[in-house]
Design a binder for this molecule. Structure first.
Ligand code: F6R
Length: 364
């Protein structure tokens, strides 16, 4: 049942090219020129803002989508974790679309948050891996992520499928609202179609990441840095590492480093920097130099040009394929997962059933 893998998590990481292809076939129209949504779909011209709520890894999918929906579709997005959102009595303005993301569709806090917005938001959409779930039933529209059954407690393929669906929504929103020209929409859609192949290429980095993970397994604290839409991926990398290897890890926006966390940096601290060669890359390089000047061991995850431009003081590098800005967060989720997985295996922890955690958190 693990198809030759040692753990479900490893199998589920390896399944990502296939399940993302499944999601793309469902959401991309057969002529490749647009996005198809089930039932009545979503009329993005009917909303002035979006509220997105979820827990854990699903929350980081929402946080990534905030960057996409704001930058690509120009819609203001508020994101929050469900345990806070449900109690903070947020006013819901007219013309608000509410989106909930949940692999299980049963997470107690997310379901309560959904019930809070019922009757207040104009439309409730759930993005879920369980079409029969409570959240799917209580929404106006339920969008499947088509990840298949996820057994490992640490979410992997559900996360990248959630991201794929959310990016498709951002492109659809931009297209409906006339923010993107037709050829720009086409460029985004062909980038989406290239995803499974690129994810396969990222999976080839397994052995390199395994080697680095042997060294990471000795660490007591690890920092993850990222900027823009990659910042939520740094948060996800830190969550994944904590969950399954029990190593203390923190994710930070690269630019926040000097506002406190840099005090943690010494010669024992690995700092994992997710930095595709995008327009913010130079800023990230200067953040990296601040860390290296204090003896911090930087593991740079970037593409060929990024690695060449980063200089020689970087401790280790992981060379990713070159990708467009929009799909980079989905691709960079792979090294985040693989680092956590191989570090946990090196430490000998129970990868599929980490201590104190449950797959679905149906109590508050
Ligand atoms: C982390 C993880 C959890 C879940 C969270 C939400 O690897 O799996 O953080 O993402 O408990 O679960 P769902 O998506 O079922 O609402």
């Amino acid at each position: 049942e693990k198809a030759g893998h040692k753990h479900f998590m490893s199998k589920e990481i390896a399944e990502q090219p296939t399940v993302i292809s499944d999601a793309l076939s469902y959401y991309l129209s057969s002529d490749g020129a647009g996005i198809n949504l089930p039932e009545d779909g979503i009329d993005f011209t009917a909303f002035d803002r979006i509220v997105m709520v979820a827990c854990g890894t699903a929350f980081f999918a929402c946080f990534t989508a905030k960057y996409w929906l704001e930058q690509i579709a120009r819609i203001p997005v508020e994101v929050d974790v469900a345990s806070e959102f449900r109690y903070r009595e947020a006013p819901i303005a007219p013309r608000t679309l509410a989106i909930f993301v949940s692999q299980s569709g049963e997470t107690a806090d997310t379901l309560a948050a959904l019930r809070y917005v019922a009757g207040k938001a104009d439309k409730i959409v759930t993005i879920t891996n369980s079409a029969e779930s409570s959240m799917a039933r209580e929404s106006d529209l339920s969008l499947p992520i088509l990840a298949g059954v996820e057994v490992g407690v640490a979410s992997t393929k559900a996360f990248t499928c959630q991201l794929t669906v959310l990016l498709a929504l951002a492109i659809e929103a931009a297209s409906q609202r006339g923010v993107l020209a037709r050829d720009e929409v086409k460029t985004h859609l062909s980038a989406l179609r290239a995803l499974p192949g690129l994810i396969n290429a990222a999976l080839d980095l397994r052995d390199d990441i395994d080697a680095i993970s042997q060294e990471l397994a000795e660490a007591t604290d690890v920092l993850f840095l990222g900027r823009g839409a990659i910042y939520p991926i740094a948060l996800e990398g830190a969550l994944k590492l904590k969950e399954i290897s029990y190593i203390h890890a923190e994710g930070y926006a690269s630019g926040e480093l000097k506002h406190g966390p840099i005090a943690l940096v010494d010669t024992h601290t690995p700092i994992i920097v997710f930095a595709p060669r995008d327009k913010l890359f130079d800023k990230t390089v200067s953040n990296m130099q601040e860390v290296m000047a204090r003896g911090g061991k930087v593991i740079l995850v970037s593409d060929k040009t990024g690695i060449a431009d980063a200089g020689d003081d970087v401790w280790r590098t992981i060379e990713m394929p070159r990708v467009s800005d929009a799909i980079a967060p989905i691709l960079y989720a792979l090294p985040a997962q693989l680092i956590a997985y191989h570090t946990a295996v090196a430490k000998g922890t129970d990868v599929d059933q980490p201590r104190n955690l449950a797959k679905s958190v149906t109590v508050e």
